[in-house]
Design a protein around this ligand. Structure first.
Ligand SMILES: [Zn+2]
Length: 165
């Protein structure tokens, strides 16, 4: 399978602040929100989430406007991205506000590849039961209509990447 290059920004998580997940049954998609065109890197989001008193960035992966995938919180740790489902899910955020704007084609392509890899890693099929938007689990507009409506296409591409890449 094709590998996605993941950019690490050297985020530091003090030992003892993160719990490890015992199961992973969901991948939850988010947008970062904010102003149109905003493209924060993982270090900026990490700083903002630490300011809230969290252990660090709440998402496990961040996908920048140019399609770069950045590492967030360690993949096997409990995230801070979806109330009530953090203990069973991986959080993937795409930079942008998709209530107002649309994801770039590079973001969607990287996201599909990442979904293929994560589904394989955690041993499930990429489908609508496993790959959901934040709004499917909480009362939020996240990940915005323009990303939410792409989820079926992302799942289709993830299946393709699993079979062909
Ligand atoms: Zn969200």
């Amino acid at each position: 399978m094709e590998a996605v290059n993941i950019l690490h920004r050297g985020l530091y998580f003090p030992s003892g602040r993160l719990d490890m997940r015992e199961e992973t049954s969901l991948i939850v998609l988010h947008h970062t929100g904010g102003s149109v065109g905003e493209d924060p890197d993982a270090a900026e989001i990490d700083a903002a989430h630490r300011w809230l008193g969290w252990a660090g960035i709440g998402y496990h992966f961040l996908i920048r406007r140019d399609g770069t995938v950045e590492a967030g919180r360690p993949m096997l740790s409990v995230g801070a991205h979806v109330e009530g489902a953090n203990h069973e899910s991986v959080g993937v955020a795409l930079c942008g506000n998709f209530c107002e704007d649309i994801p770039t084609s590079m973001q969607l392509e990287s996201c599909a590849m990442l979904l293929a890899i994560l589904s394989s890693t955690f041993g499930f099929e990429p489908d609508a039961e496993r790959i959901v938007g934040h709004r499917d689990l909480s009362a939020t507009a996240c990940p915005g209509d323009a990303l939410y409506e792409q989820i079926p296409e992302l799942i289709g591409k993830a299946v393709w990447y699993q079979m062909n890449a």
